[in-house]
Design a protein around this ligand. Structure first.
Ligand SMILES: [Zn+2]
Ligand SMILES: [Zn+2]
Length: 382
């Protein structure tokens, strides 16, 4: 891994003997200079005083994260200590869906000043490789992404980022809404991958935060029919009130039957123009492929089992466009800020709970138990 811009503590990790010297008990965290919520091992978290990050370049800023949303990946690391080949091998600060206030700016920073409120894009690419240069920096192999090992996350008092990875929030946008820009950007990227056009029918499998946001963004892009699919009735009802124009409850039946019922019940004619999977469930993916029209577009947003049975014959004979979607790329964060600030996508109603920094672990428990939609953790008090 090349040197990175957002992990000033990497050197501590390389000599793991130092790590115990900086650990402190939870009681003392109010006196800590840079209290950080650190995952030590699966299910084992501690508040640790980490060194205050220094500006690595004159183009960097230091941000004080004020609100951080918890996402499935954070919980996954907390429970399992790994996601696929990303393994937490040394203690790592959690959190990556944050908005905060600028506390220090480098000499060359032009667009930001101390006190500015910003949404923090948590992944900084190398800027030099072919993928970066062609504008697809989310595919950079040298990405330093918050709370993806070995890079520290944002659940700390201070976090350093390059200026251009901080997006100023308009005055009428709260920092809580700012924390929701991360999942909104995920939905913007998925919807872009799907090339949703005015008049399209769009089906979204999964009514979790990203699925809900995909419904909202697809609608904002002009989709006339937006169908939410889930097994949970409560979530479907929420999605209908929030952004979906129709709901479909999946049940135990073959993907083929399910697809037929979906098309019939939701009046999708020859099949849906676009289907987005935000569930990662094998049966959803199979149903989606069968429910698409000839020449339709499928985008995989959810991550579940790494390998599944895929209806490849249907994909071939219908000439489907099948695409992946990973995080967000050039322009997605700004689009998300613009969509929320203009009211085309609303995120307030997705925030179902807010907890103090000292209660961060409870928030992780609640997310794991499937409580609420999006839980936010407040940054450490001064
Ligand atoms: Zn996330
Ligand atoms: Zn790169």
């Amino acid at each position: 891994m090349s040197s990175c811009l957002c992990n000033p503590f990497q050197s501590i990790f390389s000599s793991n003997s130092k790590y115990s010297e900086v650990s402190e008990s939870s009681e003392s965290k109010m006196t800590q200079k840079n209290p950080s919520f650190v995952l030590q091992a699966p299910r084992s978290v501690i508040y640790e005083d980490r060194p205050i990050p220094k500006l690595k370049s004159p183009y960097d800023v230091i941000v004080k994260p004020r609100w951080t949303g918890i996402c499935g990946s954070d919980v996954h690391y907390w429970v399992e200590g790994r996601i696929g080949h990303f393994v937490v091998e040394s203690p790592m600060v959690l959190g990556h869906e944050s908005a905060g206030v600028i506390s220090t700016v480098g000499d060359k920073v032009q667009s930001l000043k101390v006190g500015d409120r910003v949404a923090m894009e948590p992944g900084v690419p190398c800027r030099r490789c072919v993928r970066c240069k062609e504008g697809k920096y989310n595919l950079c192999a040298d990405m330093a992404f918050a709370a993806t090992p070995p890079f520290d996350g944002t659940l700390a008092r201070y976090y350093s980022l390059p200026e251009d990875y901080c997006y100023k929030l308009p005055d009428d946008m709260s920092l809580e809404e700012g924390a929701l820009i991360e999942p909104t950007s995920v939905a913007v990227h998925i919807t872009r991958q799907a090339s949703v056009k005015p008049g399209d029918s769009v089906v979204v499998f999964g009514a979790g935060p990203v699925g809900l946001l995909c419904c909202a963004v697809a609608k904002a892009y002009g989709a006339t029919k937006v169908v939410t699919v889930d097994i949970n009735e409560e979530r479907l009802q929420f999605a209908l009130k929030y952004a979906a124009t129709a709901a479909f409850r999946s049940r135990k039946e073959s993907p083929d039957e399910s697809a037929k019922r979906l098309i019939q019940e939701c009046d999708l004619g020859p099949g849906a123009d676009v289907i987005i999977d935000a569930s990662g469930a094998e049966v959803c993916i199979q149903t989606a492929i069968h429910a698409l029209r000839m020449g339709g577009t499928y985008v995989q947003g959810g991550m579940g089992k790494p390998d599944i049975n895929f209806p490849i014959m249907a994909m071939c004979t219908k000439e489907l466009n099948v695409k992946g979607s990973f995080r967000y790329g050039s322009g997605d964060y700004q689009t998300a800020v613009d969509m929320v600030s203009t009211g085309r996508v609303s995120v307030k109603e997705l925030i179902t709970d807010k907890v103090k920094f000292d209660e961060a672990e409870n928030a992780f428990r609640d997310v794991k138990a499937g409580k609420g939609i999006k839980i936010l953790i407040e940054g450490p008090t001064e």
